[in-house]
Design a protein around this ligand. Structure first.
Ligand SMILES: [Zn+2]
Length: 116
């Protein structure tokens, strides 16, 4: 459909991608988890919080529900493209992947859930 409204959206999307491509990028070596936490201590707190999550029994436990509902929304504000400030090493996708894996893997495993 080529209404004025959809054309407007297309332009806006194009501008968004141009902005992302033009944005300055971190080109240094990938940060370790320890370096990431030193730069953003709230990620260390988020990791400790994940370590304290328990499968409390019952019929099932889903780590992915906990992750997507509670942890990931907070993670992405601290590390990766959605981080608001200009700490480029923390905005890097490698730092996001490192923090994502570290915190996600601290959650208990899924048990009897239907997420797979
Ligand atoms: Zn699950």
């Amino acid at each position: 459909m080529n209404t004025p409204e959809s054309s407007f959206r297309l332009v806006r999307t194009t501008e968004l991608f141009r902005d992302i491509e033009a944005a300055p990028r971190y080109t240094g070596p990938s940060l370790t988890w320890r370096q990431i936490v030193k730069l953003e201590p709230k990620l260390g707190a988020l990791h400790r919080e994940a370590q304290e999550v328990r499968d409390t029994g019952g019929r099932h436990f889903c780590a992915n529900k906990v992750w997507y509902d509670d942890f990931k929304p907070r993670l992405k504000l601290l590390v990766g493209w959605c981080r608001a400030d200009d700490v480029l090493s923390l905005k890097a996708s490698e730092s996001y992947a490192t923090a994502y894996a570290k915190i996600y893997n601290a959650l208990p495993d899924c048990r009897n859930c239907a997420c797979f």
